[in-house]
Design a protein around this ligand. Structure first.
Ligand SMILES: O=C(O)C(=O)C[C@H](O)[C@H](O)CO
Ligand SMILES: [Mg+2]
Length: 403
């Protein structure tokens, strides 16, 4: 088999997505997600100008060799743009291989390890009472795991609090909008939020929370301790993880399980965190961490240390990524949970898919490949529209801080 053509499709049905489509001389095609929120065109150019010319004529069945060729062959390794581009290729190649075998991708990876993929949904509200109501609504819809985020009194705009319900899109303007931040207000408010949420939802629902990189290690340690009575499934992204060592301090102070990794691109970003057992869940994804081929490597390392997977699944990861992730999740032995932020009907129409949700669990479906396709004619009706993530400033003096 040979790769005869490849193209990048950029479209914006409700938000921007970058999709790579690979064609072969045997008529089989595969698609991969290469979306990088706010930097979509950089990945599109990386693929069109630098990667696609290297793919033409290669055997698409040699997934490992092509992965190594793109990773080592560029000389310049790692980084979100490179690794999202490699992920787009890798996902499309796994799609082709599974279609050639006439199997859903999870079968090719080794078959299913579980009956379904437990996912967590996003409940949020402008204050505690609205957030509690939303958590109860998610429980009603069948979710077994729910992430709770709420507005903080005295802060105008906070990550995780949407303008509507059931859909949350943080990339909200064509230049970065500005949020305000006060760690003191947030640390005062969040334990109270979980006190109320836990009391309302009962002991059996898994509760999660995302601090979105905004704390220092010692502040994170304090939050972890304060949340211990409410038995969280995980506390996510408490502090930036460029310095993996900083998680040791948090770990020394709290038994609240820690999750991190949605912005990681390679195994090198989490090697120390995993080997020193400083985290409980690794959140790397198919699209931002080099595709199925590399994610499998990370999961295998994590398994040695009883760290489980909990892949990122926000709306900026396209349905193509979700389809691939669900196949991966159904197979991976050390699975923990999968994030599931529902896409809009517009997005779903452009990306018809075999996956489904029932009673808090998802299933990738039985279609050959990863089970997601793209309606190119419909995609063409939604041209790219620049949209950026916000930035954050400290409320008391305007210093730029982590968003
Ligand atoms: O889903 C999450 O946990 C996030 O933190 C979402 C991110 O803000 C989003 O993917 C940024 O593009
Ligand atoms: Mg997050």
């Amino acid at each position: 088999m040979k790769i005869t053509a490849a193209k990048v499709i950029v479209c914006a049905p409700s938000r921007n997505f970058v999709t790579l489509k690979i064609e072969t001389d045997e008529g089989l095609t595969g698609i991969g997600d290469a979306t990088l929120n706010g930097r979509e065109l950089a990945v599109a150019s990386y693929l069109t100008d630098h990667v696609i010319p290297c793919l033409i004529g290669r055997d698409p069945q040699q997934i490992e060799d092509i992965w190594q060729y793109l990773y080592k062959g560029a000389y310049w390794r790692r980084g979100p743009v490179t690794m999202s581009a490699i992920a787009g290729v890798d996902t499309a190649l796994w799609d082709i291989k599974a279609k050639a075998a006439n199997m859903p991708l999870y079968q090719l990876l080794g078959g299913k390890s579980r009956t379904g993929v437990m996912v967590y949904g996003h409940a949020n509200g402008k204050d505690i009472s609205q957030t509690v109501d939303e958590v109860l609504r998610y429980k009603e819809m069948g979710y077994k795991a729910i992430r709770a985020q709420s507005g903080v009194p005295g802060l105008e705009k906070v990550y995780g609090v949407g303008r509507g319900t059931m859909f949350y899109e943080p990339a909200d303007a064509d230049l970065p909008s500005e949020h305000d931040w006060s760690t003191e207000k947030y640390l005062r408010h969040t334990p109270e939020l979980f006190d109320k949420v836990r009391a309302a939802v009962g002991p059996d629902i898994h509760l999660l929370h995302d601090a979105h990189h905004r704390l220092t290690p010692i502040e994170a340690a304090r939050l972890g301790k304060d949340l211990e009575p409410f038995r969280l499934f995980w506390l996510e992204d408490t502090t930036p993880a460029e310095n993996q060592e900083s998680f040791r301090l948090i770990r020394q102070h709290t038994t609240t399980p820690l999750a991190v990794g949605e912005i990681f691109n390679t195994i090198w970003d989490c090697k120390d965190l995993i080997q020193n057992q400083l985290i409980d869940y690794i959140r790397t994804t198919v699209v931002h961490a080099g595709g199925i081929t590399h994610l499998r490597r990370i999961a295998d390392l994590a398994a040695l240390y009883q760290v489980r997977t909990g892949s990122h699944g926000a709306t900026d990861l396209s349905p193509v990524c979700m389809g691939a992730a669900l196949n991966f999740d159904l197979w991976v032995p050390n699975f923990g949970i999968q994030e599931y932020m529902r896409h809009t009907d517009e997005t779903d129409a452009v990306f018809p898919h075999a996956y489904s949700f029932k009673d808090g669990f998802m299933h990738p479906g039985e279609a050959p490949g990863h089970g997601v396709t793209i309606d190119e004619a419909l995609a063409a009706k939604y041209p790219y529209k620049r949209a950026y993530l916000p930035v954050n400033r400290l409320q008391h003096d305007g210093t730029l801080t982590n968003w």
